[in-house]
Design a protein around this ligand. Structure first.
Ligand code: PHE
Length: 439
């Protein structure tokens, strides 16, 4: 099973089903060294050089890069009272990424089939929420944190194992609640004047409860502030685009969600080209998580996390997520700081589609293992990988799998020889690492 959608958001992961054992395929026994720090390999180690090579790219900090442009748009919208945080390194502990946020011990996101581990004690953050507790602990009341995050996932035009998130939060003290009520009125008034239609399908209350230990009035105010603030941000991002596309109102909807460290929790979707696009996850911070940051118990806070690629793909009309990593001037020179412009495709080079199928021998192969091998061998020369067959022979019980790999460069035409070499290397690695029998 895969993520149900290219979810930059974590609640959906619960719907995923785990099957089989995970077989590590790191055969190199030397310790890993990243930025001068050594990490001893163990049975969790699954991060590969192709992934680690992204740690130093920092595309979200290059002012003329679409990811950085979206980041700045959001930072400017929230204004200078929100402190931007952009320099936290991606290697965190599973405690930061999961435990401090109350992820249950058996949450699928923890599995090495889903996340990248340097070893059992260190991993690549899978979301910017991994830093919430430490930032709240620093006492900053309003902040926006942007960073690269890493997840093992499928391969297609909207999935890449590295992407970017922005986390935002606000902590409110009891003395500021009256002012918050006033601010909420103003935000509501401002939203009433613009062309946005917000449908609230959430059922805050019984199914998506407020926290019993909160002062109800304060929780309601913070919850309302979360909704108004994010609706305002979404309008700032997408309002123009909606106006250009025939002047229909920008349609936004709020639905219930579940995150272990917020309550109530929501997901927000925007209607785009007839499809609802999941933009962010958010909620009122669970008091237990805030207490872990030594935030006094009378404060109430909200937090959200959004995927920057997804927003940038819509705003700039960028058709393939691999383009964000392009170093081709034909891509990079199209964008400049502060401006949202339509990407002009420079050309579409031909693709070459090849199938690979194999019998499993005693070892379960997780599809994310196949995707990682494909990434390792062919990198950004692969546009999409699809599982096209999964079969178990009724009498022998042998299982087979088949995948279709679409090779396409965004920068040049690939030669047949080149594609054949890549394809057979993928086969050899599957054979060496998982003992599969190629068909
Ligand atoms: N970290 C969550 C995700 O990646 C989003 C989120 C952030 C949800 C903050 C609630 C609060 O899916």
């Amino acid at each position: 099973m895969r993520w149900t959608s290219c979810s930059p958001i974590y609640c959906r992961v619960q719907q995923r089903v785990w099957h089989g054992t995970y077989r590590r395929y790191s055969t190199n026994l030397q310790d890993l060294e990243v930025n001068g720090v050594r990490y001893q390999r163990d049975e969790f180690t699954n991060v590969r050089p192709s992934i680690l090579s992204h740690l130093s790219r920092n595309i979200y900090l290059q002012p003329n890069h679409p990811i950085a442009i979206v980041r700045s748009l959001i930072e400017n919208h929230f204004g200078s009272s929100f402190t931007p945080i952009t320099s936290l390194p991606p290697i965190v502990t599973p405690r930061q990424n999961f435990d401090e946020l109350e992820f249950p011990a058996d949450h699928p996101g923890r599995r090495p089939s889903d996340s990248y581990y340097l070893n059992k004690d260190w991993m690549l953050r899978t979301h910017t929420s991994a830093h919430e507790i430490q930032v709240f602990r620093s006492g900053i009341p309003k902040w926006l944190l942007s960073a690269d995050v890493y997840r093992r996932d499928e391969i297609d035009r909207s999935h890449y194992p590295v992407f970017h998130q922005m986390e935002g939060a606000r902590v409110v003290e009891p003395v500021d609640m009256r002012q918050l009520a006033q601010e909420n009125k103003e935000l509501e008034r401002a939203l009433g004047k613009v062309n946005i239609e917000v449908e609230d399908l959430s059922s805050t209350g019984e199914k998506n409860p407020y926290q019993p230990w909160h002062n109800k009035e304060h929780a309601l105010l913070v919850n309302a502030n979360l909704k108004h603030s994010l609706n305002g941000m979404i309008y700032a991002l997408f309002g123009n685009l909606a106006a250009q596309r025939g002047g229909k109102p920008l349609q936004v909807r709020w639905i219930d969600a579940y995150f272990p460290w917020t309550g109530p929790s929501y997901e927000v979707e925007v209607l785009f080209d007839g499809k609802w696009l999941e933009i962010l996850g958010c909620g009122v911070m669970q008091q237990a998580a805030l207490a872990r940051s030594s935030v006094p118990s009378d404060r109430v806070a909200w937090a959200f996390g959004l995927g920057l690629e997804r927003i940038a793909m819509v705003l700039f009309q960028i058709p393939d997520i691999r383009l964000f990593w392009s170093q081709d001037p034909r891509f990079l020179q199209q964008f400049s700081a502060g401006q949202v412009t339509q990407f002009k495709p420079y050309s579409k080079y031909p693709n070459s589609s090849k199938d690979i199928s194999f019998w499993l021998k005693d070892v379960e192969v997780h599809e994310n293992d196949v995707y990682d091998i494909v990434r390792e061998v062919a990198g950004e020369l692969v546009e999409e990988v699809k599982e096209i067959d999964r079969f178990t022979h009724p009498s022998t019980g042998r299982s087979s799998r088949a995948y279709r790999i679409d090779y396409r460069s965004m920068e040049r035409t690939l030669t047949n020889d080149e594609v054949n070499t890549l394809h057979s290397e993928i086969g050899s690695r599957l054979r060496d690492l998982f003992s599969v029998e190629l068909r």
